[in-house]
Design a protein around this ligand. Structure first.
Ligand SMILES: O=C[C@H](O)COP(=O)(O)O
Length: 279
């Protein structure tokens, strides 16, 4: 079949630049993130050792989310190292302040230099019984304070096996993003069955799911959905990072276990940084 003028021009631009102008637009607006979630791990000494070894990169956005008691020292270690790393909390309370023993407010996170906060991680949904209503309150609190929420969603193995993945993800997205029309957030797709199990989702399955997530985001925030970074999380490591980084709708990774050692975390960062340079 004869080529239309439009596709002839697109192909010509692609051959000359390596991508079409439309693709360039999408790629340049979406940030690539490699984020460490240290969960309930690391002492002060181990954190200091991590930053002595850690290299990081300017080519992707790197965020480290240590446990709460390490936030302030981590910020000092980051400054001291001069590395391009941002700081994130692992959780936040929905209220501004008050009688909430053991909790951390958004202004406290901001005070110690956090720019990001993980919200709705499946471990909090499971062990602290957080639901979508609470997640939504926390997301609003973060956005109001100017922090970027990293909103975690994902299906359990049982939900996956009973073909309910899309229904679960859509419910979690509509719940977490109720009354939110900005695009100032990150989504982390973390299938619960892949977290800490070594059973990572294949890059194809993750891409397919991310594309579905983006279609739901479009229903919620419209065209801004194109610029929202959607990260994959669940046994991501140095070996599988390259496959994830090659997928159109996978804009980085949220890493647990493999972020605890500076060398393996750097290895993942290097893969995504290389992908960015090639794009
Ligand atoms: O937040 C991080 C995720 O729960 C992934 O953890 P993982 O890399 O140890 O599987």
């Amino acid at each position: 079949m004869e080529q239309s003028i439009e596709s002839y021009i697109k192909n010509l631009v692609r051959e000359t630049l390596g991508h079409t102008l439309g693709e360039l637009q999408v790629q340049s607006d979406r940030r690539i993130y490699v984020i460490a979630n240290w969960k309930m791990n690391k002492s002060l000494t181990e954190t200091a050792e991590f930053f002595q070894e850690f290299k990081s990169s300017n080519d992707v956005s790197v965020v480290v989310c240590p446990p709460t008691q390490l936030l302030y020292p981590t910020q000092l270690f980051i400054k001291q190292s001069g590395k391009p790393v941002d700081l994130g909390g692992q959780n936040v309370h929905w209220a501004d302040k008050g009688a909430y023993t053991g909790e951390t407010s958004i202004s406290m996170l901001k005070d110690v230099g956090c720019e990001y906060v993980i919200i709705g991680h499946s471990e909090r949904r499971q062990y602290a019984h957080e639901d979508d209503v609470l997640v939504n309150k926390k997301v609003k609190q973060a956005i109001k304070a100017g922090l970027i929420p990293i909103i975690c969603i994902g299906e359990t193995l049982e939900e996956k096996n009973s073909m309910r993945t899309e229904q679960v993800l859509s419910t979690q997205l509509f719940g977490a993003l109720k009354e939110i029309d900005s695009g100032d957030f990150i989504i982390a797709y973390e299938p619960v069955w892949a977290i800490g199990t070594g059973q990572s989702a294949t890059a194809d399955l993750a891409q397919q799911t991310h594309s579905y997530i983006r279609s739901v985001l479009k229903q919620i925030v419209g065209e801004k959905a194109e610029n929202i970074s959607i990260l994959y999380g669940g046994s991501a490591n140095e070996s599988n990072a390259a496959e994830y980084s090659s997928m159109t709708d996978i804009d980085g990774v949220l890493v647990g276990g493999a972020s605890l050692k500076a060398q393996s975390f750097d290895g993942i960062i290097k893969v995504f940084a290389k992908g960015e340079q090639n794009s």
